[in-house]
Write a protein that binds this ligand. Structure first.
Ligand code: IMP
Length: 181
């Protein structure tokens, strides 16, 4: 069987199967359950890419007192004329004293993660934990290390299980890797 997938002229092959993904989701969920015992955490799913991972992880963690909110980075023109500023939208008004768990799809350079954590810390949460489906440690520009990682992978372009190429193929149950990388 030809397992190759063509998306926007690029070729992808299977990299992580649904069963492997679910196995690691269960492991990370177990670690979160252990570390958050007795707490009422607030999970923050970073849209769009993390929505499928977040849904699986949130249910698998099985913490009835946990809440979830959906946040997104939006770029807007700052008041200064140079560059764009990124801002988190959708964050609940008050996170003071809350135990936060950020759920991301992938940490590449680590720049998004660093910025998000420093923004959140200004609002005085009790704790901030960071869970990611995928981590590309070799691409790091910040030295940021996520607290929970389902898979550490080489610096190649990945699609499926929520991750997109130009908005497409988020629906795939398996994760695929670009062969041109
Ligand atoms: P960072 O700030 O460089 O860590 O970027 C993280 C963001 O880049 C992720 O949330 C994704 O939106 C995007 N990204 C990085 N690598 C990939 C990939 O392999 N496939 C799809 N999106 C990616």
């Amino acid at each position: 069987m030809d397992n190759k997938l063509k998306v926007n002229g690029l070729t992808f092959v299977p990299f992580l199967r649904e069963e492997q993904i679910q196995e690691q989701v269960k492991r990370v969920a177990g670690e979160l359950r252990r570390d958050l015992e007795g707490k009422s955490p607030l999970f923050l799913c970073v849209l769009n890419g993390a929505f499928i991972f977040a849904a699986d992880l949130f249910r698998e963690a099985g913490i009835n007192d946990a809440e979830i909110a959906f946040v997104k980075y939006s770029s807007y023109q700052g008041t200064q004329s140079t560059g764009t500023v990124k801002q988190i939208i959708g964050l609940p008004e008050n996170i003071e004293g809350r135990d936060i768990v950020i759920i991301e799809d992938i940490v590449d350079t680590g720049l998004t993660a660093d910025r998000m954590i420093s923004d959140l810390k200004k609002r005085n949460p009790a704790s901030v934990r960071f869970a990611t489906l995928l981590h590309k440690p070799e691409s790091s520009k910040t030295g940021f290390v996520p607290d929970y990682v389902a898979f550490s992978i080489p610096p190649k372009f990945i699609i499926g299980y929520g991750l997109d190429l130009d908005g497409k193929v988020r629906n795939l149950r398996d994760i695929y890797v670009n062969t041109e990388d």
